[in-house]
Ligand binder design. Structure first.
Ligand code: AHM
Ligand code: MG
Length: 331
């Protein structure tokens, strides 16, 4: 279906957007719409908790680590509970995979959707009042409804996503989604408790002037990444790195630029997770006219082998992502 056939006037509430477009999506059903509503509602709850974190003793670590070895923050755990509970109770999901859970959560075998989620990304920024986010992907299961959940259901490549999105808890809270027909951004109005369409058919500039990378690890980057960074410096690009993927990604989406998390000595496969972070953002960026690779291969075509798999990640303006691959090819 054509992107232009989506009804998306600025100011329309999320619920109305979902309702008025439900019949236009070949994949959309009442269940699918309800699933998106459940995620949006959990986002409101998490948003409220983030805003109160400093007052309610919700900041800080709880002293445990997730499967990747990251310290779990109180809000990481809380956000994981909020989203998984809503998805479990909602009944539209047969399985959930979460960055904060070691194993697949099997939910309702009579449902047809699988959700992959990073409930709170950039959580090391919670205590310092810097923007953080939630990233999610929705897939259709491959096995029949009612059957036992299989690896093929939750280990799908990103190119089979039916919806991807993120919530950005920033100076305002936003929900940005794609269903494969363009990218739409909704801003949350806390006084009305509703998301309104504020950014319609979002497009990233093809030529970007911002590069976002943790330059503290420069010495352990592969040569092609160092060469690309040199090139950015020589061309007077701006270096901008918040250390919250969603926030860095969102800024670059609006302004044009590239976010990079290459392999490093500490993280030979990069740090970011294919299933919870990279696939969703890759789907969104491609829909916005940009690109996402692991340095050469398209992220969306990578066949996952493990739910917690990590991958080097280069995402943003097409010209910049292609230049990275070009330097790699020369190497
Ligand atoms: P998280 O999911 O545990 O929060 O880790 C992902 C975060 C990204 O938001 C951010 O871009 C990156 O880790 C920052 O890592 P580093 O501190 O190594 O630059
Ligand atoms: Mg994360």
């Amino acid at each position: 279906m054509e992107e232009s056939r989506i009804a998306a006037p600025i100011g329309i509430p999320l619920d109305r957007f979902i309702k008025s477009n439900q019949d236009r999506f070949p994949t959309a059903t009442g269940e699918f719409s309800q699933l998106l509503r459940d995620i949006a509602l959990s986002g409101k709850v998490v948003n409220r908790e983030i805003n109160k974190a400093g007052l309610m003793n919700l900041a800080g670590s709880i002293g445990t680590k997730n499967i990747a070895g990251d310290d779990q923050q109180k809000l990481d755990v809380l956000a994981n509970i909020r989203f998984s509970r809503a998805l479990e109770k909602g009944g539209e999901v047969c399985a959930i995979i979460s960055e904060e859970e070691e194993h697949v959560i099997e939910v309702n075998k009579n449902s047809k959707y699988v959700v992959a989620i990073d409930p709170l990304d950039g959580s090391s920024n919670i205590d310092v009042n810097v923007s953080i986010g939630t990233i999610f992907s929705i897939y259709k299961r491959r096995s029949s409804v009612g059957a036992v959940i299989t690896r093929e259901d939750y280990l799908q490549p990103g190119n089979t996503q039916v919806l991807a999105g993120y919530l950005l808890y920033g100076s305002s809270t936003m929900l940005v989604i794609t269903m494969g027909y363009g990218v739409f951004g909704f801003t949350y109005d806390p006084s009305l408790g509703e998301y309104f369409l504020s950014h319609t058919r979002m497009k990233i500039p093809v030529e970007g002037r911002i590069y976002s990378v943790n330059e503290g690890s420069y010495h352990s980057f592969p040569d092609y990444v160092k060469q690309f960074i040199e090139d950015c410096r020589n061309n007077n690009c701006s270096g901008r790195y918040i250390g919250s993927l969603v926030a860095d990604f969102h800024r670059n989406l609006l302004k044009g630029g590239i976010y990079m998390y290459p392999s490093t000595a500490k993280n030979p496969n990069g740090k970011l997770r294919l299933m919870y972070e990279c696939n969703a953002l890759a789907f969104i960026i491609e829909q916005a006219g940009g690109a996402a690779t692991d340095g050469e291969k398209r992220i969306l075509d990578i066949a996952p082998t493990d739910i917690h798999q990590q991958v080097p990640f280069f995402v943003g303006s097409t010209s910049m992502v292609e230049k990275v691959a070009d330097f790699k090819g020369r190497g």
